[in-house]
Design a protein around this ligand. Structure first.
Ligand code: OMP
Length: 265
């Protein structure tokens, strides 16, 4: 099944648009797990077990694993293997480079890690994204308007009467491609989201920035106008509780966010 069909099937089956981020850091996981062989894997497996009934996707930001070197990459691999097959896996790697380098990135994420989707950076243009876009069974999620304050530095600059992020969305949509496409739009920009939905109503949007970054779910869901979305929450679920209750607290937080986000067909 290709990634877009898998997304639709999963979201319909559990009436959820929630994407749960697995941005795991040793300094934030309960102390008693630190003596396990791989504390990150133990923590992630319990988070997955506690929250999977609400998860349409898990987004794994590779930076949190890369910081621990070989052990971190092993933990990343084992975490992805622990995610049930019917749930979308997004490698949040924000990749892209000259063509042959992007091909290597695409093989790493799609053929070695077996993720359904990847986040990519459009700054280097078509040839840098082509190796990802060629993969017909996967989803490529392009950074458009990010949640951070620095999104104003370049993404909102006006060129030929439109913000750069609008050029990114319209141009990427016009490219010949096999993969399913998505765009990252930060939850901190509900006003722009409403405008984006006027010219990209069918596009999948990955919306991070709820919870720790202060994005407002109600404003975002209203602006989204019922388009296809993954609404991501990472720290707000993973670190909802401390000590031995972390799984229960993550369950409650995931349930809460799933319900707040809602699901209308
Ligand atoms: P929390 O703020 O803890 O929910 O985490 C947000 C996650 O989404 C992190 O993995 C970020 O790297 C990622 N993210 C953003 O926060 N803002 C963006 O604009 C884009 C992303 C992303 O591509 O996922």
């Amino acid at each position: 099944m290709n990634a877009i069909n898998k997304m639709n099937a999963r979201q319909l089956a559990i009436s959820s648009r929630l994407c749960i981020g697995l941005d795991t850091e040793l300094s934030k996981i309960p102390q008693y797990l630190l003596s396990d062989e791989s504390p990150i894997v133990s923590f992630n497996q319990q988070i997955i077990e506690a929250t999977s009934e609400f998860a349409s996707a898990y987004k794994i930001n590779t930076a949190f694993y890369e910081q621990y070197g070989v052990k971190g990459w092993e933990a990343l691999t084992q975490t992805i293997e622990s995610i049930p097959n019917d749930i979308i896996t997004i490698a949040d790697a924000k990749r892209a480079d000259i063509g042959n380098t992007s091909s290597a990135y695409a093989r790493a994420v799609f053929d070695d890690l077996h993720c359904d989707a990847i986040t990519v950076n459009p700054y280097m243009g078509y040839d840098s994204l082509a190796p990802f876009l060629e993969r017909e069974d996967r989803m490529v999620i392009v950074l458009a308007l990010t949640s951070n304050p620095g999104s104003s530095d370049f993404q909102r600059l006006i060129s030929q009467g439109k913000p750069i992020y609008q050029h990114v969305i319209e141009t990427v949509l016009s490219w010949k491609r096999n993969a399913s496409l998505g765009f990252v739009i930060g939850a901190t920009h509900p006003g722009e989201l409403a405008l984006i939905r006027q010219y990209a109503h069918e596009s999948v949007l990955l919306i991070p920035g709820i919870g720790a970054q202060g994005g407002d779910i109600d404003a975002i869901m209203k602006a989204n106008a019922n388009g296809p979305v993954f609404i991501n929450v990472s720290r707000g679920i993973q670190y909802a509780g401390e000590g031995e209750l972390f799984g229960e607290k993550a369950y409650e937080a995931a349930k809460y966010y799933k319900e707040r986000i809602g699901y209308d067909t």
